[in-house]
Design a protein around this ligand. Sequence first.
Ligand SMILES: C[S@@+](CC[C@H](N)C(=O)[O-])C[C@H]1O[C@@H](n2cnc3c(N)ncnc32)[C@H](O)[C@@H]1O
Length: 232
Amino acid sequence: MDEHQSLLNEQTAYYRARAPEYDQWFLRRGRYDRGSEANADWFAEVTAVRMALSHFHPDGDVLELACGTGLWTQQLLASARRITAVDASPEMLALNRERLHSPAVRYIQADLFAWKPEERFDAVFFSFWLSHVPPEQFDAFWNMVAGSLKPGGRVFFIDSKYEPSSTARDHRLGDPDDDSILRRLNDGSEFRIIKIFHKPEDLRKRLDGLGWTADIRQTPHYFLYGEAKRAS
Ligand SMILES: C[S@@+](CC[C@H](N)C(=O)[O-])C[C@H]1O[C@@H](n2cnc3c(N)ncnc32)[C@H](O)[C@@H]1O
């Protein structure tokens, strides 16, 4: 197996093992608790992104890629008629199902680097996933997203800004231009994964080159988020 595939396998293994402790990151608990001031910034910025998603109003048939434990699937459910939620990790999918208990959500366990949609959607959503797509697969990933959309379909995505306090106290972010990062679980086990900190303007230009019109924004410290649609 080549080095690239083994890094992708390690990334999948990391998220499978991390599933039961994943929400600690989002909820700023344990190793992710950065003190009241930084936590308050975090939660205020989460609220700002949640408001932007609410304003985007993902309705109709929605596809969520790399859905994880359902921290955002739950919000999609407020406006979507039906959600198809895809993730490689059965552990993540089980937690998502437990959180939502919704007949409106269909789950698919699949590797997004091999998966092809069998239908088209009104909206595609992915959070904290694009940063884990290796540069070599960036174009193919966005082409797969394009192939998932009905005519006039829209995309909303959220991702991380380069900010040391966004991750655990025992993680080092490394150089902002590195493509991979070392992550640790609560039991001390270590995994190397892809992590790319996209810069909004570079990302917008890159998407423009692939035939997308994107509007990308950022919160003061932690998040970037964007809407994209096929340029007409
Ligand atoms: C950073 S988490 C984001 C989860 C969720 N979107 C959220 O914001 O809470 C990344 C997710 O990608 C999934 N994942 C990792 N590699 C994958 C792959 N090759 N195909 C599909 N999902 C993958 C993981 O299982 C995990 O749920």
